[in-house]
Write a protein that binds this ligand. Sequence first.
Ligand SMILES: NCC(=O)N[C@@H](Cc1c[nH]cn1)C(=O)O
Ligand code: ZN
Ligand code: ZN
Length: 480
Amino acid sequence: MPAPPEFIKFIDDNAENFINRLAEAVAIPSVSGDAKYRQDVFKMAHWLNAQLNSYGVETQLTDLGKHVMDGQELQLPPAILGKIGNNPNKKTVLIYGHFDVQPANLSDGWSSEPFVLTINRENGQLVGRGSTDDKGPILGWLNVLQYHAENQKDLPVNIKFCFEGMEETGSEGLDDLVKKEAQSGGWFDGVDCVCISDNYWLNTRTPVLTYGLRGISYYKIIVSGPSWDLHSGSFGRTIHEPMTDLVILMSKLVDTKGHILIPGVDEMVPSAFADERSLYEKLDYSIEDIEAAAGASIALSSDKVEVLMGRMRSPSLSLHGIEGAFYGAGGKTVIPAKVAGKFSIRLVPPQTPENIAPLVNKYLEAEFAKLGSKNKLVVEEVHGGKPWLADLNHWNFEAAKAATRAVYKQEPDMTREGGSIPVTLTFAEALGANVVLLPMGRGDDGAHSTNEKLDRSNFIEGSKLLGTYLYELAAVQGKK
Ligand SMILES: NCC(=O)N[C@@H](Cc1c[nH]cn1)C(=O)O
Ligand SMILES: [Zn+2]
Ligand SMILES: [Zn+2]
């Protein structure tokens, strides 16, 4: 069942209003990983909740309790559970998205204020933090709801929503909520399938459907020694320096070709099966695509399959930063007293945060012991999420494929994503339902980066895609 032509026209006719709404959402700096923005994450939850209510979605703001972040106890932002439609003859889809964003400061190298949506009329780019990750896609669903509400049209399927405000910081509290609401009589009772729009095409031209995500284990290694920062002239070569120890430890985690140096981690992953390369060979992707998205000619290999396998079916370890280190302008001659190095490992099956942790701890402790340092080492696992793989022959994927063909007149590529959405596996397991990832944005959107953008055409065509998917879902042969 194709989407009605009036729906497609409505999306086109209202494009400017939709962009204005995206600007409103981007203007709320809902950064979940920084305590000083916590009130804004709440504000964003209430903004989104009001939008959903205005289109007839019944909602419940669910308190997820408290957590400790950087030594501070904070209230977690609420999850928004929503539902619209209750027709037993229709399928029920659960839609997930997140309304929190990664940190962003103009001084990181943005060309415009990150929390002001800047519209480039020449190339159609909508630049702002959260534009593609994940406010644009969430607003895509609102655009679909708006058409049905304003035109008194019934939705083709029943919809349940689950929107959270902690995805970028480990989805704290959400797993337990999903497991509870998946039970008989719970909010998610009766869900037939799940759709998440929170990842990206591989390139800038070919839509994709995604059937896999890497998991994540995020670590902090804290090295401390002196009771306060010291003068490097007075104390240099007289004490064990925490930063020296930390930098040596961090240099032992990964090599320049991306191999993980923690014994047992890379080895846990089975080698590619005989014909596996052909899966990657046929994806519309080139070394130029990754280098254009990275803004430099720095791919680890000139073999596209190797690069794709590195992103999709291998684990990776990235070093993110050092807290407590001197980083300002000028030449401050200080020995920092306490430094915390941050790194994460992206996980693929059969790796999990639980089976990786002993390997990480044992290795770091052994390497630290080799330094003969009198400083103190603490290894902290900050948050984690398991990897996920779906059955891509499911009717949920058929519906997403049909929608892609209808809107983009193209066959989507089938991809595994290098990033992580920790709750995906929980949905699949707790609900026993198939999950499809149906991204809106392009591979060069710069999620988590400076100058994050969503192309206007991806926002508008992507809104059509999400709505069309609902109609195809209603029509596809499957459960119900
Ligand atoms: N769009 C999904 C996404 O960006 N997910 C984050 C999740 C995460 C986990 N820890 C911190 N963030 C990702 O980095 O993959
Ligand atoms: Zn996201
Ligand atoms: Zn993200």
